[in-house]
Structures are given as structure tokens and as C-alpha cells.
Design a protein around this ligand. Structure first.
Ligand code: SAM
Length: 262
């Protein structure tokens, strides 16, 4: 099977699935709306290459960030591609931690994020409660935990979604869904320079529901959990504007945020 270089693997991944500029804008807007000040410290859990943490510290000389991931491979890519582009002062305010998000840390942050659904790796409720408790302990008193999540009628269907980008095609493949356990197997494939690369990333996850996650966050001690929904553009697609909401119509596919307040 054809294999991508490490450089291409993470370059294709980041350009297909990440949009941390708009994630940072959303976090700043919501945190400021809730606490009437800007968040300065960010812990990026399941950070992978920690592209977001690297961008976070560029905001001002008071911004600091940590990126936590178990795997040395994306960290290596992140160090060589994102961290390296920071100036000395910015580098001093950003740290990679090669470690488990379930471990306690000796620092606290204004914001913790777990993006690209990475916490779906925790399939047992007890593990997820435990993880959310650790996040809460790691937050300052005026602290907020942001996660993204997805759903809709297509989310558990065995189908492959194809998205064309300028120089590659991205495939999001739902290979199997077990209705008894909610276990779901996803793969990411790419087509790049005329060649298809299969199963470049593999995710053995549990599909967690929005309300279920809100309940688990409350059980972990969070005082309030806000759910957001995305506004619609004229063609029925998402317009990139997320607002707090309690009642919405389901659709084939949605991606949104939860924000849990310490
Ligand atoms: C789906 S990727 C997300 C990367 C990045 N956050 C993003 O938004 O694209 C999931 C990452 O979680 C990491 N991971 C899985 N379990 C972990 C754990 N218990 N502690 C820390 N990192 C973990 C994997 O190594 C992988 O890099």
C-alpha cells in the first residue's frame, strides 16, 4: 500500500480538517461574552501537531499555551513546522507535552480544548467522567472547556464523504457502526498527486450524543454546559457563526461546540 511521507501526511491532514483560526476567534468571543475578559492561557488536549497552541501564543506577549499529546510523531511535525516559525519570545510561551490527557498537570489554564472529536476515543462513561474531572481541575476559576462534536442522520451511516481541495482529495470514511455499543470505525484517506493513500488515519471511537456529553460534564463537576448551533447560509449550509441554543432541527450532518464552565 502506498505510504505518505510524514510531512505530507500531516500537511494533508491539517489542510483538510483544521480551521483553528476560526476556533480561536470563537473561543475569544465566547469567553469574553461570559467572563468579560480575554482568555490568556490555553491547554490544547489531544493537540497532535499543536498548530492551534502555536497560533494562540502569537496573539500577544501575555498569551501562553501547552499542547498535550501521547504520540511523538505529530509532535515532531509540529515542532518542525509550527513551533519553528514562532519567534524566541513566542517559543518561550508555548510548550509541547508528550503525555496522557488523563494525567494531572502542575499548571492551570483559562481554556482547555479537545478538538476534532478526539475524546471520542474514551468509550467508557467512567473514563470520560474521569477525563472531564481532570480537565476541570486543570482550569482556572474563570475557566472554560471547549469541545467539538458531530452528529446528524448521516453520522452513523456507513458511507464515505469526499471533499475536493486545491491539490488533494480528502475522504472521511465511516466504515462501521455498532448500534449496540455505539462503537464506530472511521478512516481518513487522501488522493494526492494522482495516488490514493488508504487509511492514513484510523479512529476507533464511540459516538457520544450531545445531551449525554452535557450530562457527563455536569457529573464531572462543571457548573454549566452551553451547547451551540451553527447559523445557515442561503444554500442551507453552515455559515460559520455559532450561537448558544437549546432547540434545533436535526439534519443530515452537523458539527458544533460545547462549552463547559468550571
Ligand atoms: C484526531 S487527532 C486530533 C489532533 C488535533 N487536536 C486536531 O484537532 O486535529 C487525535 C490525537 O489524540 C492523541 N491521543 C489519543 N489518546 C490520547 C491521550 N489519552 N492523551 C493524549 N493524546 C492522545 C493522538 O495521538 C492524536 O494525535
Amino acid at each position: 500500500m502506498a505510504k505518505l511521507s510524514l510531512e505530507d501526511k500531516y500537511m494533508l491532514y491539517e489542510s483538510s480538517v483544521q480551521n483553528h483560526e476560526s476556533d480561536i476567534d470563537f473561543i475569544n468571543k465566547e469567553y469574553r461574552r461570559i467572563f468579560k475578559k480575554l482568555p490568556l492561557s490555553l491547554r490544547e488536549d489531544f493537540g497532535g501537531t499543536a498548530a492551534m497552541a502555536c497560533d494562540w501564543v502569537k496573539q500577544s506577549a501575555s498569551h501562553i499555551a501547552w499542547g498535550v499529546d501521547l504520540d511523538s510523531e505529530p509532535i515532531k511535525f509540529g515542532r518542525e513546522n509550527h513551533y519553528k516559525r514562532l519567534d524566541d519570545a513566542e517559543q518561550n510561551r508555548m510548550k509541547y507535552i508528550e503525555g496522557n490527557v488523563l494525567e494531572s498537570r502542575d499548571f492551570k489554564a483559562d481554556v482547555v480544548v479537545a478538538f476534532n472529536f478526539s475524546y471520542f476515543i474514551f468509550k467508557e462513561r467512567e473514563t470520560l467522567v474521569n477525563y472531564f474531572k481532570k480537565v476541570r481541575e486543570g482550569l482556572n476559576d474563570q475557566g472554560a472547556f471547549f469541545v467539538d462534536l458531530f452528529g446528524g442522520t448521516d453520522a452513523c451511516q456507513e458511507l464515505e464523504e469526499e471533499t475536493e481541495h486545491d491539490d488533494h482529495t480528502y475522504f472521511w470514511d465511516c466504515d462501521s457502526f455498532n448500534p449496540i455499543t455505539s462503537d464506530v470505525q472511521y478512516y481518513i484517506h487522501f488522493k494526492y498527486k494522482g495516488q490514493k493513500y488508504e487509511r492514513v488515519f484510523s479512529y476507533d471511537w464511540r459516538m457520544w450524543g450531545l445531551k449525554e456529553l452535557q450530562d457527563i460534564m455536569k457529573e464531572a463537576g462543571f457548573s454549566e454546559v452551553l451547547a451551540y448551533w451553527e447559523g445557515e447560509d442561503g444554500d442551507g449550509g453552515g455559515d460559520g457563526n455559532f450561537y448558544p441554543s437549546k432547540i434545533e432541527e436535526n439534519c443530515e450532518s452537523w458539527v458544533t461546540y460545547l462549552c463547559a464552565l468550571k
